[in-house]
Design a protein around this ligand. Sequence first.
Ligand code: AMP
Length: 214
Amino acid sequence: MNIILLGPPGAGKGTQARILVEERNMVQLSTGDMLREAKDSGTEMGKVVAEVMASGNLVTDEIVIGLIREKLETTEAAGFIFDGFPRTLKQADALGELLEEMGQTLDKVVELRVEDEALVKRITARSTCGDCGEVYNDVTKPIPADGKCVKCGGTEFKRRADDNEDSLRTRLMAYYKQTSPLIGYYYHAGIHSRVDGLGEIDEIKAAIAEKLDS
Ligand code: AMP
């Protein structure tokens, strides 16, 4: 099964994708993670995307479609979870074509709905383990008092450069202007469903499972 987790920054797409990877043996394809890797690698492409990402705007369709194409061509998986991709109608069309070329289909699109106010609170409190990427929140899931990651025991934690209020405002605008039309796009394809993304991680996990297994 190939699925998209759709939603604004901070909706919990990454957290839920990681759970699906553990529980369903699927492969998470996060264009945000791929772009951060490219940025850290210091390549020409990395330099180009670094500035765009810091501002909160979207990187060009050509770059992200290229990254996804390469992953799809080189990865074997029981199913893919697209996290943070597609973000534009052009990317959505490209994904459909890529899957078709591979003889595969896009089966479900689960939208995580969270109000803006909660998104701002979540994002400005967010950090991740530098080793395994486990996500923490200063209020709801603080880094343990012993300073060790609950998943891997790592002791380095990072905050994303774009998790600040200025970038976040731009990222939210990009979501509403460029990404939210995908809701209608996939609704009309008959594969969209919506889950309340505000609540306990386990409750949201169960709500997503219900949509995927129905
Ligand atoms: P994310 O980790 O998904 O929040 O993505 C972080 C940043 O990477 C975004 O604010 C964009 O600048 C860029 N980015 C990630 N995925 C895409 C995409 N599918 N299309 C364009 N830009 C993207």
